[in-house]
Design a protein around this ligand. Structure first.
Ligand SMILES: Cc1cc2nc3c(=O)[nH]c(=O)nc-3n(C[C@H](O)[C@H](O)[C@H](O)COP(=O)(O)OP(=O)(O)OC[C@H]3O[C@@H](n4cnc5c(N)ncnc54)[C@H](O)[C@@H]3O)c2cc1C
Ligand SMILES: NC(=O)c1ccc[n+]([C@@H]2O[C@H](COP(=O)([O-])OP(=O)(O)OC[C@H]3O[C@@H](n4cnc5c(N)ncnc54)[C@H](O)[C@@H]3O)[C@@H](O)[C@H]2O)c1
Length: 602
């Protein structure tokens, strides 16, 4: 059924409705689990779901697969996003043909974001703007599909002539045949209301569906709003910031703030009866919001479900559950519901549907070309690169291609050690210090509910040259408490671990709760992350001319360096993780005599 018909029906019945957006997960297991989650979240009564399209098309086949499964097997009305980015006409044709074959009647036509540092460019034989896609779909499929387009309440803040131009573009998309508008997320209700009124004043009459992003964690909220440059009312910050180390509290307060905003949207006499939730593939935040709005019954205690076969085809025949649940298969399904409640992206569980995504649309450097060049200049030697990394760790550089925000406060505890490692040639991109039972409200290390204790194993992740790696490994292997994974850009993996299972590196003990284990290290997520890690380096290189020394230097590093992660499993020895690095670095220095001045590759 078309979404516009559903909207019409709900309006006739004068009832509020809602829908859920999901993105294609990064790993096969994440995908299986997302399907289970979508199926479970049906109980929350979404009118339909929609599936994002990955800019550049890396997981675009997955979008089609997901559309098919939701539409045919889960049996829920589905809207497919489709973008122009990296899509010649033939690929658009395939996507639309498959959508139709699968019974999908709804497409959100978008341009897609430009790759960073670049102007948006159409591929040869492709489309330029969302409107081109709208026209093409109408021409090819007449009115078979409902077509949605994107609207941006934030544009209302632009200078008047620019805002008017954006409004005209929106009007053109509607005149070209769009049936309804999904908006970008927003938190400023006044701005939203003004924008909707302006849309109506411009003669646009089709339904507007507001995009609602639940607030799930402080970091997630910060990242999502800064990436999309979304205005956040001061009242939100005043309420949330004092609790930024307690994600449970942030979500509780964030739910109230966002629910309040939703109530105002529904009450504002705008004719809006529907709310479109950006789930980020997470369940609890949406459920809490719907409960707070009294749209679904409140579930106080999640009772363990009895063991049952999954309805997802791939999981129907499953007899083995992941190692964590080996002895507790009965509670597996209900446990997986909440396993990624506080995703922190560092080394999340690759089985989680929410694994490794920040915006759901793809991986790009977060800086514009100008900003990137200002930050990182034009290094021409390895030493200049290591110096950038060392400066970042010391808090003297705002960002690296792999680290979009300044080091966290807990990183400052090991800043000197990290800076030294970097100057020795280990280019660190991620780390955590060991923590042996800090209070959960600890200013630096704390997280989670009050009156608990949190623990961490020391962790390091870095790029390193083959020669320096060869010197490091024997030192690492001398410490039986260290486990490591080494991978290159071709995907050859080496490890001294003896199981494929996850290694918990962050866990917390809280009153009246099971142990919470938000961060793990495991082979599958490392392998999935590896593509992204090398891709970020490639994108950095591409900011420079193809023949420039900087381009060649960074490409050379991405071609030859290994990506390594190391866990020191004895969390009572915070300094022990650094020792093998200092020894290997000293050995390297002795071999190369004056290592830090000549700038040769390590
Ligand atoms: C609800 C929603 C869902 C989204 N889902 C995805 C997704 O799944 N995958 C993804 O990659 N991205 C997604 N995005 C992001 C979106 O692709 C980007 O924001 C993109 O930059 C704009 O797409 P659009 O279709 O709104 O752009 P368009 O309407 O094509 O506009 C793009 C730009 O071109 C300008 N423009 C438009 N028409 C003309 C014209 N005729 N002449 C000159 N300039 C013009 C506009 O001012 C605008 O700056 C989503 C955004 C929203 C709001
Ligand atoms: N490593 C993985 O397996 C993995 C898995 C999924 C996603 N990712 C991606 O990794 C990135 C980081 O994820 P996050 O949310 O944990 O990031 P984050 O920015 O929170 O960084 C994690 C920790 O590492 C520290 N850190 C950041 N840059 C560092 C550097 N250069 N050297 C040493 N320490 C540094 C930070 O201070 C922080 O404490 C994201 O882009 C995420 O998508 C990584």
């Amino acid at each position: 059924m078309k979404i516009s018909q559903k909207i019409e029906q709900a309006a006739k019945e004068d009832r509020v409705w809602w829908s859920f957006e999901y993105f294609p997960p990064r790993t096969a297991q994440g995908l299986q689990n997302l399907l289970d989650r979508i199926e479970r979240m049906r109980a929350l009564g979404p009118e339909f779901v929609d599936i994002t399209w990955n800019a550049g098309g890396r997981t675009s086949e997955l979008t089609s697969e997901l559309v098919k499964t939701c539409q045919k097997l889960i049996g829920i009305e589905t809207c497919m996003h489709l973008t122009c980015t990296g899509m010649p006409k033939e690929k658009v044709d395939i996507a639309l043909r498959e959508a139709k074959q699968h019974g999908c009647r709804n497409v959100l036509a978008l341009r897609g974001d430009p790759p960073v540092g670049k102007e948006w460019e159409a591929v040869e034989g492709g489309f330029h703007y969302g409107i081109d896609l709208v026209r093409y779909i109408r021409k090819q499929y007449d009115d078979y599909f409902d077509i949605a387009v994107a609207g941006y309440p934030q544009t209302h803040l632009l200078p008047p002539e620019e805002a008017a131009l954006e409004m005209q573009y929106l009007k053109d998309k509607v005149d070209a045949g769009a049936n309804f508008i999904f908006t970008q997320m927003f938190y400023d209700i006044d701005m939203f209301v003004d924008w909707v009124r302006a849309v109506r004043a411009a003669g646009i009459t089709i339904p507007i569906v507001p995009g609602i992003m639940p607030i799930q964690t402080w970091n997630g909220f910060q990242k999502a709003t800064s990436l999309a440059k979304i205005t956040v009312p001061q009242a939100f910050l005043d309420e949330l910031e004092p609790h930024k180390n307690n994600d449970e509290k942030v979500r509780e307060l964030g739910t109230k703030l966002v629910a309040n905003m939703c109530r105002q949207v529904l009450a504002a006499d705008l004719g809006i009866k529907g709310l479109h939730f950006y789930t980020m593939n997470l369940e609890k935040g949406c459920r809490m919001l719907l409960e707070e709005l009294n749209l679904v019954p409140r579930v106080e205690v999640v009772k363990p479900l009895p063991w049952r076969q999954s309805l997802t085809p791939n999981r129907r025949a499953e007899t083995i559950r992941p190692i964590f649940w080996a002895n507790r298969t009965r509670s597996y399904l209900s446990r997986t519901e909440n396993w990624d409640e506080y995703p922190n992206g560092r080394f999340g569980d690759s089985r989680s549907p929410a694994y490794g995504e920040l915006d759901g649309y793809g991986i790009w450097l977060k800086q514009s070309k100008d900003d990137a060049l200002k930050l990182w200049n034009t290094p021409t030697t390895v030493d200049e690169i290591t110096a950038l990394f060392a400066k970042f760790c010391l808090g003297q550089l705002q960002a690296l291609p792999w680290s979009d925000s300044a080091p966290s406060s807990e990183t400052t505890v090991i800043a000197q050690q990290l800076a030294k490692l970097n100057s020795l040639g280990f280019l660190t991109i991620n780390s955590q210090p060991a923590v042996d039972g800090a209070r959960s409200d600890d200013r630096i290390h704390g997280w989670g509910p009050a009156n608990g204790y949190v623990y961490q194993k020391a962790y390091l992740e870095f790029f390193v040259s083959p020669e320096l790696l060869d010197m490091l490994i024997p030192h690492i292997e001398r410490d039986i408490n260290i486990t490591y994974y080494v991978i290159n850009n071709r995907g050859d993996l080496r490890t001294n671990t003896h199981s494929d299972g996850p290694n918990a590196v962050t866990w917390g003990v809280f009153p009246g709760k099971e142990i919470v284990q938000p961060t793990i290290v495991e082979a599958i997520s490392f392998m999935a992350w590896k593509d992204e890690a090398y891709e970020l380096g490639r994108q950095w290189a591409k900011l420079y001319d193809p023949d420039s020394p900087t381009r060649k230097l960074i490409d050379g590093i991405m071609d030859s360096y290994y990506l390594v992660n190391v866990v020191h499993n004895d969390f009572k020895k915070p300094e022990a993780i650094f020792e093998p690095f200092f020894k290997a670095g000293a050995e390297y220095a002795a071999k190369h005599d004056a290592p830090k001045t000549n700038g040769h590759a390590h």
